[in-house]
Write a new protein. Structure first.
Length: 94
């Protein structure tokens, strides 16, 4: 899965590192439109803070929500995304 938020978050770093082939690979993936459910984002944030004792970035919550909404496996080394998956029993791979 890729969406415009993910692209906006990682493409600048890839550009700076001159990783053109990785950017090209990302651009051929299916892009999922994001339909952010802000009430769910708030509930996820509250649950996350209660469980992990700190706030997770809104971008991570939106990315996670998008993956869950589209019933997609989330591939990420990001510890907060992995924690969200564990917390909700959503499938993730590092």
């Amino acid at each position: 899965m890729v969406n415009q938020l993910i692209m906006a978050e990682i493409v600048p770093a890839l550009e700076i590192r001159k990783q053109k082939s990785t950017i090209a690979d990302l651009k051929i993936l299916t892009i999922y439109e994001m339909n952010i459910n802000w009430d769910e984002i708030v509930k996820l944030q509250i649950r996350f803070v209660k469980e992990f004792k700190y706030f997770v970035a809104i971008t991570d919550l939106a990315i996670f929500q998008n993956a869950r909404e589209n019933d997609l496996v989330l591939y990420s080394p990001d510890r907060d995304l992995i924690s969200l998956c564990k917390m909700t029993r959503h499938t993730s791979l590092k």
